[in-house]
Design a protein around this ligand. Structure first.
Ligand SMILES: [Ca+2]
Length: 121
């Protein structure tokens, strides 16, 4: 299935319920870009000369594609372009949610969406 992941939304529901242990490929289709104020990027995001410590996933780039399963905000999963050819193994069951990594207070200046293809293996 293909889903749009909007940069402005803190959580993009995919409507896809995944089960622990299932394997999926997650690909950025590169049909469009995310925009942070003026910076365009894809699922790998971009680096800034600013501290990342306030980002939801502090070890990752700004706008790195991330996932959350259901309501569990304590296990954010870095996705980026890591799983375009090698599948991710789903760690827990629930709805797959996707988002652009950002400071929770600065989603208002985010624009655009990327299209992501999710393929069960
Ligand atoms: Ca922002």
């Amino acid at each position: 299935m293909d889903v749009k992941v909007y940069a402005r939304k803190k959580l993009n529901r995919t409507g896809l319920f995944v089960n622990s242990g299932e394997k999926y490929l997650i690909k950025d289709l590169n049909t469009s870009k995310w925009i942070d104020i003026l910076i365009k990027c894809d699922a790998n995001g971009f680096k800034l000369n600013l501290s990342n410590h306030k980002l939801r996933m502090p070890a990752q780039n700004y706008f790195y594609l991330g996932a959350q399963i259901g309501e569990n905000q304590h296990n954010l999963i870095p996705i980026g372009k890591l799983y375009e050819t090698e599948p991710i193994t789903i760690p827990e069951s629930g709805e797959l949610m996707l988002f652009a990594n950002d400071n929770p207070h600065f989603y208002w200046n985010n624009f655009g969406f990327i299209e992501v293809r999710i393929i069960k293996i």
